[in-house]
Design a protein around this ligand. Structure first.
Ligand code: ZN
Length: 212
C-alpha cells in the first residue's frame, strides 16, 4: 500500500469509529460551524492544534503558515481573519508559536533560501531587529532563539491589532481577546506569553478613525 493510501484507509477507519460511538456525529456537524476560537499557528507537523488542545471538529477555526506570521499583505490570512471575526464572530484568537521552530531558525541563518522563502522569513528578521538589544544580550544561542519565538508571537498579536478588522470588532463588539502562546515540543505544554484584550493601547500611528 502506498503511503497516501494509508491515509485514506485510516480516514475510513476514523469515520467508522466515530459513527460507532456516536451515530449522529457527522449529521450534527453538517450544518453548524460556530467555533469560539481562531487559531493562527505554525505549519510544523508536530504542532497539530486540535490534538494538543483536545478539541473536536467544529471547535477551532484554523490558519497555519511557516512561523505563525500575521503579514499585512497576506490575503490568505486576512481573509481567514475577516471571516472568523466578522462572520463566525470568534471570541478568542490564539497565535501559537513553538520552541525549536524551523522558520525562526532559518530566518536567523544567513542562508539564501531564494525569493519566496526569503520574502517570508524577512518578516522574522524584522522582529529580531525590533528587539535586537534584548536578544543580542542573551549569550546562549538556544535561549536567544526561544526568546525570539516568544517575541515573534507578541509581534504577531500586535500585527493583528494593527488591522481594521480587529480594531472594528474591539470598538463595536468588545471582542475578540488575543492570546499569544508558545508550545514546547519537549513536554507538549502550551505556555501563555501575552494577552491583549479589547481596549489594549495601540500606537496612535496604527489607529483608524471612524471605523465601521
Ligand atoms: Zn514552526
Amino acid at each position: 500500500m502506498k503511503p497516501y493510501e494509508v491515509l485514506l484507509q485510516d480516514n475510513k477507519a476514523w469515520a467508522e469509529s466515530k459513527l460507532k460511538s456516536d451515530p449522529d456525529y457527522f449529521h450534527r456537524l453538517l450544518h453548524v460551524q460556530t467555533p469560539e476560537f481562531l487559531w493562527i499557528g505554525c505549519s510544523d507537523s508536530r504542532v497539530p492544534p486540535d490534538q494538543i488542545t483536545q478539541t473536536e471538529p467544529g471547535e477551532i477555526f484554523i490558519h497555519r503558515n511557516v512561523a505563525n506570521l500575521v503579514v499585512n499583505t497576506d490575503v490568505n490570512l486576512l481573509s481567514v481573519l475577516d471571516f472568523a471575526v466578522n462572520h463566525l464572530k470568534v471570541k478568542h484568537i490564539v497565535v501559537c508559536g513553538h520552541y525549536g521552530c524551523g522558520g525562526i531558525k532559518a530566518a536567523l541563518s544567513k542562508t539564501d533560501f531564494k525569493p519566496v522563502l526569503n520574502m517570508w522569513l524577512r518578516n522574522i528578521k524584522d522582529v529580531y531587529r525590533f528587539h535586537r538589544e534584548e536578544l543580542d544580550a542573551i549569550e546562549n544561542e538556544n535561549t536567544r532563539m526561544d526568546r525570539l519565538v516568544e517575541l515573534n508571537v507578541k509581534e504577531q498579536l500586535m500585527n493583528l491589532v494593527k488591522t481594521s478588522i480587529i480594531q472594528g470588532a474591539w470598538k463595536n463588539e468588545q471582542r475578540p481577546d488575543l492570546h499569544g502562546w508558545v508550545y514546547d515540543l519537549h513536554d507538549g505544554i502550551i505556555n501563555p506569553i501575552v494577552e491583549m484584550k479589547p481596549g489594549t493601547y495601540i500606537d496612535p500611528l496604527y489607529e483608524y478613525e471612524k471605523i465601521e
